[in-house]
Ligand binder design. Structure first.
Ligand SMILES: Nc1ncnc2c1ncn2[C@@H]1O[C@H](COP(=O)(O)OP(=O)(O)O)[C@@H](O)[C@H]1O
Ligand SMILES: [Mg+2]
Length: 228
């Protein structure tokens, strides 16, 4: 493995045209996340946090600036996002505010599905999904449908799904916003454990000041920039 950061954002910028002019959703953001690092992203609503994750996660194209993954430049203003689909699938796991599990699939099937999409044979996918759920203390929920799980359990299944393909980078956008404080803490501790034990680089957008002790570093956004 190279010593390059897992994620390196360089001058990331995203402008949207709007009626009143241009919205500078993200305005020249640069920072790195190393393997094993858990970084908290804080900042008021509208400060560009989600836009940053969308650009870093290769779901949107920057207006300017670059995204590097593992020392390789993968996204910039001229890139075609379609060509980044395989990179995204292999190298990035996403967790959003709502777990968005498929309601008619059990927990284990939800996790296995993301492996099958990446061409893992179904029996292997199921086996791997079970091991992941075990590792996240969800073995007893493997065969439950999402509606039978608590919000915290659903979100942990969503984390298992994000981890399924072993991505070096996890991006989470307010993953605990819909959870009570005890369950929120559990999910944050899970991110901490993943970063420490698997060496995954994890960026979590959150408003919850109670989780700050778990982060290696906190980045604060304001008006599309990193607050100094
Ligand atoms: N697709 C879009 N079109 C126009 N403006 C957008 C779009 N997405 C985000 N914005 C604007 O960009 C700014 C940053 O939004 P966002 O990244 O969602 O902030 P946060 O996640 O910190 O709340 C806001 O002013 C928002 O209204
Ligand atoms: Mg947001």
């Amino acid at each position: 493995m190279s010593g390059a950061p897992v994620l390196s954002a360089r001058g990331l910028t995203r402008h949207y045209a709007s009626g009143a002019g241009v919205v500078r959703a993200l305005d020249g953001v640069s920072f790195d996340i190393a393997a094993g690092e858990l970084v908290g992203i804080f900042g008021p609503s509208g400060s560009g946090k989600s836009t940053f994750l969308m650009l870093a996660g290769l779901l949107e194209r920057p207006s300017a600036g670059e995204v590097w993954l593992g020392g390789q430049r993968v996204s910039h203003a001229g890139v075609h996002l379609d060509g980044l689909r395989a990179t995204r699938r292999r190298r990035i796991g996403f967790v959003f505010q709502r777990a968005n599990l498929i309601p008619f699939l059990s927990a284990i099937e939800n996790v296995a599905l993301s492996l099958e999409i990446a061409d893992v044979a179904p029996p292997d996918a199921r086996h791997h999904a079970r091991r992941l759920l075990e590792a996240l203390d969800l073995a007893h929920r493997a065969d439950s449908l999402p509606a039978r799980l608590s919000g915290g359990e659903q979100q942990r299944v969503a984390v298992a799904r994000a981890l399924a393909n072993g991505p070096p980078l996890i991006l989470a956008d307010e993953p605990t916003a819909a959870l009570d404080s005890a369950r929120s803490r559990q999910v944050m501790q899970l991110f901490r454990r993943i970063a420490t034990t698997r060496g995954t680089a994890v960026a979590v957008v959150t408003h919850d000041p109670r989780s700050v002790d778990l982060f290696d570093r906190i980045v604060e956004f304001e008006d599309g920039r990193i607050k100094k």
